[in-house]
Write a protein that binds this ligand. Sequence first.
Ligand code: HPA
Length: 240
Amino acid sequence: MTPHNEAKKGDYAETILLPGDPLRAKWIAENFFENAKLVNRVRNCLGYTGYWKGQRVSVQATGMGQPSAAIYIHELLETYAAKNLIRVGTCGGLSKKVKLRDVIIAMSATTDSSMNDCFLPYHYAPFADWDLLEIAVRLAKSRGYKTHVASVVSSDIFYVPNGVKSYGELPNHDVLAVEMEAAALYTLAKRFNARALTICTISDCLVSGEQIGAKERQTSLKNMVELALDSALELYGSEG
Ligand code: HPA
Protein backbone atom coordinates (compact mmCIF):
# COMPACT_ATOMS: atom_id res chain seq x y z
CA MET A 1 0.00 0.00 0.00
CA THR A 2 1.06 3.58 -0.61
CA PRO A 3 -0.54 6.94 0.23
CA HIS A 4 -2.27 6.89 -3.18
CA ASN A 5 -2.75 3.21 -3.86
CA GLU A 6 -4.53 0.54 -1.83
CA ALA A 7 -3.30 -2.39 -3.98
CA LYS A 8 -1.22 -5.06 -2.31
CA LYS A 9 2.23 -6.04 -3.59
CA GLY A 10 1.68 -8.42 -6.47
CA ASP A 11 -1.69 -6.94 -7.43
CA TYR A 12 -0.22 -5.25 -10.52
CA ALA A 13 1.26 -7.04 -13.51
CA GLU A 14 4.73 -6.11 -14.78
CA THR A 15 3.13 -4.42 -17.81
CA ILE A 16 0.88 -1.47 -17.02
CA LEU A 17 -1.00 0.79 -19.42
CA LEU A 18 -1.26 4.40 -18.28
CA PRO A 19 -4.19 6.50 -19.50
CA GLY A 20 -4.79 9.85 -17.80
CA ASP A 21 -8.51 9.44 -17.26
CA PRO A 22 -9.78 6.97 -14.61
CA LEU A 23 -12.87 6.16 -16.69
CA ARG A 24 -10.60 5.29 -19.61
CA ALA A 25 -8.77 2.87 -17.30
CA LYS A 26 -12.13 1.28 -16.44
CA TRP A 27 -13.09 1.16 -20.12
CA ILE A 28 -9.78 -0.50 -21.04
CA ALA A 29 -10.14 -3.11 -18.29
CA GLU A 30 -13.77 -3.86 -19.19
CA ASN A 31 -13.28 -4.00 -22.95
CA PHE A 32 -9.84 -5.57 -23.37
CA PHE A 33 -8.90 -7.55 -20.28
CA GLU A 34 -10.12 -11.01 -19.43
CA ASN A 35 -10.90 -11.56 -15.78
CA ALA A 36 -10.32 -7.88 -14.87
CA LYS A 37 -10.10 -7.08 -11.16
CA LEU A 38 -10.17 -3.61 -9.61
CA VAL A 39 -6.96 -3.13 -7.60
CA ASN A 40 -7.06 0.59 -6.77
CA ARG A 41 -9.76 3.18 -6.28
CA VAL A 42 -8.07 5.67 -3.97
CA ARG A 43 -9.15 9.18 -5.14
CA ASN A 44 -11.09 7.38 -7.90
CA CYS A 45 -7.79 6.99 -9.74
CA LEU A 46 -8.74 3.51 -10.89
CA GLY A 47 -6.35 0.61 -11.47
CA TYR A 48 -7.16 -2.88 -12.75
CA THR A 49 -5.34 -6.13 -13.47
CA GLY A 50 -6.43 -8.81 -15.93
CA TYR A 51 -5.20 -10.81 -18.91
CA TRP A 52 -4.56 -9.96 -22.56
CA LYS A 53 -4.11 -12.98 -24.84
CA GLY A 54 -2.99 -14.97 -21.80
CA GLN A 55 -0.50 -12.39 -20.53
CA ARG A 56 -1.13 -10.72 -17.16
CA VAL A 57 -1.47 -6.94 -17.64
CA SER A 58 -2.67 -3.92 -15.69
CA VAL A 59 -4.00 -0.45 -16.32
CA GLN A 60 -3.65 2.49 -13.94
CA ALA A 61 -4.96 6.02 -14.43
CA THR A 62 -2.43 8.78 -13.78
CA GLY A 63 -4.53 11.94 -13.75
CA MET A 64 -3.37 14.89 -15.84
CA GLY A 65 0.07 16.46 -15.83
CA GLN A 66 3.50 15.39 -14.63
CA PRO A 67 3.13 15.98 -10.86
CA SER A 68 0.06 13.73 -10.74
CA ALA A 69 1.41 11.13 -13.18
CA ALA A 70 4.78 11.01 -11.39
CA ILE A 71 3.13 10.05 -8.10
CA TYR A 72 1.36 7.02 -9.60
CA ILE A 73 4.32 6.05 -11.79
CA HIS A 74 6.86 6.33 -8.94
CA GLU A 75 4.74 4.11 -6.73
CA LEU A 76 4.11 1.56 -9.49
CA LEU A 77 7.87 1.33 -10.02
CA GLU A 78 9.05 1.43 -6.42
CA THR A 79 6.34 -0.45 -4.53
CA TYR A 80 4.74 -2.61 -7.21
CA ALA A 81 7.88 -3.46 -9.26
CA ALA A 82 6.42 -2.38 -12.61
CA LYS A 83 8.66 -3.24 -15.55
CA ASN A 84 6.89 -2.01 -18.70
CA LEU A 85 4.88 1.20 -18.56
CA ILE A 86 3.03 2.37 -21.65
CA ARG A 87 1.18 5.66 -21.68
CA VAL A 88 -1.80 5.75 -24.04
CA GLY A 89 -3.32 9.16 -24.59
CA THR A 90 -3.94 12.13 -26.80
CA CYS A 91 -1.76 15.03 -27.81
CA GLY A 92 -1.98 18.34 -29.65
CA GLY A 93 -0.28 18.67 -33.05
CA LEU A 94 2.30 21.46 -33.30
CA SER A 95 3.47 21.07 -36.88
CA LYS A 96 2.06 20.88 -40.39
CA LYS A 97 3.90 17.55 -40.63
CA VAL A 98 1.26 15.94 -38.40
CA LYS A 99 -2.49 15.69 -38.93
CA LEU A 100 -5.48 14.92 -36.75
CA ARG A 101 -5.72 11.17 -35.94
CA ASP A 102 -2.03 10.49 -36.68
CA VAL A 103 -0.26 8.30 -34.13
CA ILE A 104 2.76 9.81 -32.38
CA ILE A 105 5.19 7.38 -30.79
CA ALA A 106 7.38 9.52 -28.56
CA MET A 107 11.06 8.69 -28.92
CA SER A 108 11.90 11.47 -26.47
CA ALA A 109 10.13 14.12 -24.43
CA THR A 110 11.26 17.71 -24.12
CA THR A 111 9.70 19.54 -21.17
CA ASP A 112 9.05 22.98 -19.70
CA SER A 113 8.58 21.36 -16.29
CA SER A 114 11.10 22.07 -13.55
CA MET A 115 10.52 18.66 -11.96
CA ASN A 116 13.81 17.22 -13.13
CA ASP A 117 15.81 20.32 -12.21
CA CYS A 118 15.61 19.32 -8.54
CA PHE A 119 17.39 16.01 -9.06
CA LEU A 120 18.92 16.09 -12.54
CA PRO A 121 20.23 19.60 -13.14
CA TYR A 122 21.70 18.81 -16.56
CA HIS A 123 18.78 19.48 -18.94
CA TYR A 124 18.34 15.70 -18.96
CA ALA A 125 16.84 14.38 -22.22
CA PRO A 126 14.12 11.87 -21.27
CA PHE A 127 13.84 9.05 -23.79
CA ALA A 128 11.77 5.95 -24.48
CA ASP A 129 12.79 2.31 -24.19
CA TRP A 130 14.27 1.28 -27.53
CA ASP A 131 12.88 -2.27 -27.63
CA LEU A 132 9.31 -1.20 -26.89
CA LEU A 133 9.65 1.70 -29.33
CA GLU A 134 10.93 -0.50 -32.14
CA ILE A 135 8.18 -3.08 -31.67
CA ALA A 136 5.38 -0.50 -31.40
CA VAL A 137 6.53 1.41 -34.50
CA ARG A 138 6.75 -1.78 -36.56
CA LEU A 139 3.31 -2.98 -35.42
CA ALA A 140 1.71 0.46 -35.94
CA LYS A 141 3.03 0.70 -39.48
CA SER A 142 1.98 -2.87 -40.29
CA ARG A 143 -1.56 -1.95 -39.13
CA GLY A 144 -1.63 1.02 -41.48
CA TYR A 145 -1.67 3.73 -38.81
CA LYS A 146 -0.11 6.96 -39.98
CA THR A 147 2.73 6.94 -37.49
CA HIS A 148 5.38 9.51 -36.55
CA VAL A 149 8.36 8.64 -34.40
CA ALA A 150 9.20 12.02 -32.91
CA SER A 151 9.82 14.07 -29.83
CA VAL A 152 6.88 15.48 -27.91
CA VAL A 153 6.88 18.34 -25.44
CA SER A 154 5.50 17.42 -22.02
CA SER A 155 4.09 20.73 -20.92
CA ASP A 156 2.86 21.79 -17.50
CA ILE A 157 0.42 24.20 -19.16
CA PHE A 158 -2.68 23.17 -21.09
CA TYR A 159 -4.07 26.69 -21.67
CA VAL A 160 -1.13 28.40 -23.35
CA PRO A 161 -1.59 32.10 -24.16
CA ASN A 162 -0.55 32.16 -27.82
CA GLY A 163 -1.54 28.83 -29.35
CA VAL A 164 1.19 27.12 -31.32
CA LYS A 165 3.38 30.25 -31.07
CA SER A 166 3.74 29.50 -27.35
CA TYR A 167 6.00 26.58 -28.31
CA GLY A 168 8.44 28.81 -30.20
CA GLU A 169 11.11 26.97 -32.17
CA LEU A 170 10.22 23.49 -30.86
CA PRO A 171 8.22 22.43 -33.97
CA ASN A 172 11.24 23.43 -36.10
CA HIS A 173 13.30 20.96 -34.08
CA ASP A 174 10.93 18.06 -34.77
CA VAL A 175 9.01 18.33 -31.53
CA LEU A 176 5.76 17.54 -33.28
CA ALA A 177 3.16 17.40 -30.51
CA VAL A 178 2.35 18.55 -26.99
CA GLU A 179 1.07 16.37 -24.16
CA MET A 180 1.56 16.48 -20.41
CA GLU A 181 3.15 13.32 -18.97
CA ALA A 182 5.80 11.58 -21.10
CA ALA A 183 8.91 13.33 -19.74
CA ALA A 184 8.13 12.33 -16.14
CA LEU A 185 7.31 8.78 -17.24
CA TYR A 186 10.58 8.38 -19.17
CA THR A 187 12.72 9.88 -16.43
CA LEU A 188 11.23 7.72 -13.69
CA ALA A 189 11.37 4.54 -15.77
CA LYS A 190 15.12 5.01 -16.29
CA ARG A 191 15.62 5.74 -12.59
CA PHE A 192 13.97 2.42 -11.70
CA ASN A 193 15.51 0.40 -14.54
CA ALA A 194 12.16 -0.18 -16.26
CA ARG A 195 10.91 0.23 -19.82
CA ALA A 196 8.57 3.03 -20.87
CA LEU A 197 6.82 4.22 -24.00
CA THR A 198 4.23 6.87 -24.91
CA ILE A 199 1.73 6.33 -27.71
CA CYS A 200 -0.58 9.25 -28.46
CA THR A 201 -3.15 10.13 -31.08
CA ILE A 202 -3.40 13.72 -32.27
CA SER A 203 -6.77 14.85 -30.89
CA ASP A 204 -6.36 18.53 -31.67
CA CYS A 205 -4.21 20.55 -33.98
CA LEU A 206 -2.80 23.80 -32.62
CA VAL A 207 -1.87 24.93 -36.13
CA SER A 208 -5.34 24.62 -37.72
CA GLY A 209 -7.55 24.64 -34.60
CA GLU A 210 -9.28 21.36 -35.65
CA GLN A 211 -10.29 18.70 -33.09
CA ILE A 212 -11.60 15.15 -33.25
CA GLY A 213 -14.95 14.30 -31.63
CA ALA A 214 -15.64 12.01 -28.68
CA LYS A 215 -16.46 9.00 -30.88
CA GLU A 216 -13.18 9.21 -32.75
CA ARG A 217 -11.25 9.59 -29.51
CA GLN A 218 -12.71 6.23 -28.51
CA THR A 219 -11.73 4.54 -31.79
CA SER A 220 -8.21 5.93 -31.60
CA LEU A 221 -7.93 4.74 -28.02
CA LYS A 222 -8.97 1.24 -29.11
CA ASN A 223 -6.17 1.16 -31.70
CA MET A 224 -3.61 2.47 -29.21
CA VAL A 225 -4.60 0.03 -26.47
CA GLU A 226 -4.31 -2.94 -28.84
CA LEU A 227 -0.99 -1.61 -30.11
CA ALA A 228 0.36 -1.14 -26.59
CA LEU A 229 -0.82 -4.57 -25.37
CA ASP A 230 0.47 -6.37 -28.46
CA SER A 231 3.82 -4.58 -28.19
CA ALA A 232 4.22 -5.76 -24.60
CA LEU A 233 3.22 -9.26 -25.66
CA GLU A 234 5.85 -9.32 -28.40
CA LEU A 235 8.45 -8.00 -25.96
CA TYR A 236 7.69 -10.87 -23.58
CA GLY A 237 7.95 -13.33 -26.48
CA SER A 238 11.34 -11.91 -27.53
CA GLU A 239 12.63 -12.10 -23.95
CA GLY A 240 11.61 -15.77 -23.78
N1 HPA B 1 -2.02 20.45 -24.91
C1 HPA B 1 -1.59 19.64 -23.95
N2 HPA B 1 -1.96 18.38 -23.87
C2 HPA B 1 -2.80 17.90 -24.79
C3 HPA B 1 -3.29 18.69 -25.80
C4 HPA B 1 -2.87 20.03 -25.86
O1 HPA B 1 -3.27 20.78 -26.74
N3 HPA B 1 -4.13 17.94 -26.54
C5 HPA B 1 -4.14 16.71 -26.01
N4 HPA B 1 -3.33 16.68 -24.93
